[in-house]
Design a protein around this ligand. Structure first.
Ligand SMILES: Nc1ncnc2c1ncn2[C@@H]1O[C@H](COP(=O)(O)OP(=O)(O)O)[C@@H](O)[C@H]1O
Ligand SMILES: Nc1ccn([C@@H]2O[C@H](COP(=O)(O)OP(=O)(O)O)[C@@H](O)[C@H]2O)c(=O)n1
Length: 208
């Protein structure tokens, strides 16, 4: 079974995807990390995320970089959103994600375009969302725990800018697949959101 989990920043899609992978004993890929690895490589080399050739040159990053906690910073997230708009960057990362999705036994992937581009035939597609204010509060808390000193207003402005860039780009924009089930986590605890996600997977995987 392939489970595709998409949604905007800090909606809770990673938390849900990890929990589903555990529940069903499936491997999980956080595809945002691939774009973050490209972005971190570009920034480290003093190159410009907005220049497509600079970002493409960074697509050969070593696998070990995916475990680096510095990929989780806000600065890298923002640059990831910039590099991910380049069609050649998306093309360079496509096969790796498709191979992961199509491994025998299935997989859980989370990102922005899993249900629409990477695994359009996935048996189960979830689109996880929450209001921008709630997502900003969650991300703010996370950044504070990392020791970052940033205001809630700034985090909210960044979330809105990222939503805009991710949904307006021409290649593989973030959007809900027509056959995706929406899971709004705004007023759900983490446990309740996971329970709801498992219930949706059960419903959908028995449908067809
Ligand atoms: N339903 C929820 N209620 C409260 N906090 C949540 C919920 N889901 C996730 N979080 C927290 O919000 C932050 C972002 O969640 P995450 O799953 O990483 O989002 P995404 O992968 O969509 O960016 C994390 O700190 C996570 O623990
Ligand atoms: N499948 C994906 C996953 C991430 N991305 C991009 O990568 C950026 C970082 O993704 P992420 O999932 O790590 O970010 P968060 O949602 O955790 O903040 C996003 O803003 C997207 O621009 C993408 O374009 N396609």
């Amino acid at each position: 079974m392939i489970i595709a989990v998409d949604g905007p920043a800090a909606s809770g899609k990673g938390t849900i995807a990890r929990a589903l992978a555990r529940h069903y004993g499936l491997p999980h890929l956080d595809t945002g990390l691939l774009y973050r690895a490209v972005a971190a490589t570009v920034l480290r080399e003093g190159l410009d995320p907005a220049v497509e050739a600079d970002a493409v040159a960074a697509c050969g990053f070593p696998d070990a970089l995916l475990d680096d906690p510095s990929l989780r910073t806000d600065e890298v997230g923002k640059a990831a959103s910039v590099v991910s708009a380049h069609p050649l960057v998306r093309a360079a990362l496509l096969q790796r994600q498709r191979r992961f999705a199509q491994q025998p036994g299935g997989a859980v992937l989370d990102g922005r375009d899993i249900g629409t581009v990477i695994a359009p035939d996935a048996q189960v597609k979830l689109f996880v969302k929450a209001t921008p204010t709630i997502r900003a509060q969650r991300r703010h808390l996370e950044l504070r725990k990392q020791g970052a000193n940033v205001s809630l207003d700034k985090v909210l402005a960044d979330i809105r800018a990222r939503d805009e860039r991710d949904s307006q780009r021409s290649t593989a924009p973030m959007r809900q697949a027509e056959d995706a089930a929406v899971l709004d986590t705004s007023f759900l605890s983490i446990d309740a959101a996971i329970q709801r996600a498992v219930a949706l997977v059960e419903e959908r995987s028995h449908d067809g």
